[in-house]
Design a protein around this ligand. Structure first.
Ligand code: PGA
Length: 241
């Protein structure tokens, strides 16, 4: 694991955006694995700035998002589909046909998950996967006590995640309790991984993921076994390392 500790959120976001820009410059039709949440928001802002300065374009880029709430219409402002459109896809030249998101309204979930996995494989696998990390050590929506062998599947969100995500909803009752998420195996099959974290509330999860035993109770700890992970964190998230 390569760990880059930076001063603040802005720097974390810039570093991550530059890594994506380099990836897409070297391979214009890169398959990117993308994440939602507060953590990558600044990275998307930086990417849009770089795009506007013509330093990167997304014409041939293909994307797969990590996860989506189950039961939320894509048009719902809280869906991750809406998040991605608002913060990246609507602001750059990516082709809508090249965007892949788990479908939160799909009826046959198992069938959908298999198709999602197959599409990733057909396009040659994920070249670069961006991850945030939950305060409980989750990556994607792979909650503690995860099955390290799982591929894209339907997950039950745990209480800590529902609580953390309730800040985006009117009330905690409105937070979906299930999601479709890439599994740990899907994530581990990515060729390169960038994990971002900022703030004191991520420090414990980062310390356990980086220095703790590889353990399903800290899903991110499995990343110790991946051969190309870059962790970009601010000083606060690094404070327990
Ligand atoms: P956050 O979420 O970026 O909103 O902190 C990260 C995560 O839960 O994976």
């Amino acid at each position: 694991m390569r760990i880059i500790v930076v001063d603040n959120y802005e720097e974390m976001s810039k570093r991550a955006a530059l890594m994506i820009t380099s990836q897409v410059t070297l391979k214009p039709d890169s398959v990117l694995g993308l994440a939602t949440g507060d953590t990558p928001l600044g990275m998307y802002e930086e990417l849009v700035k770089l795009y506007n300065k013509k330093e990167v374009d997304f014409k041939e880029v293909r994307t797969f998002n990590l996860d989506e709430y189950y039961g939320l219409d894509p048009e719902n402002p809280q869906s991750y589909y809406s998040f991605m459109n608002k913060n990246l896809f609507d602001k750059v030249d990516i082709s809508k046909n090249n965007i892949n998101m788990p479908d939160g309204m799909v009826k046959d979930v198992n069938d959908f998950c298999l198709l999602y996995e197959n599409k990733i494989k057909t396009l040659g696998g994920i070249d670069m996967q961006v991850l945030g990390i939950g305060g409980n050590g989750h990556i994607g929506f792979n909650e503690p006590n995860v099955n390290f062998e799982a591929q894209t599947h339907l997950v039950n969100l745990n209480e800590q995640t529902i609580e953390a995500n309730s800040r985006f909803f009117k009330s905690i009752e409105d937070v979906p309790v299930k999601a479709i998420s890439m599994g740990i195996k899907t994530i581990m099959n990515s060729k390169k991984i960038i994990l971002l974290a900022n703030g004191l509330n991520k420090a414990e999860a980062i310390a356990k993921a980086v220095n703790g035993k590889i353990n399903p109770s800290i899903p991110a700890s499995i990343l110790q076994l991946h051969n190309d992970v870059t962790i970009i964190i601010d000083k606060e998230a690094a404070s327990l390392l």
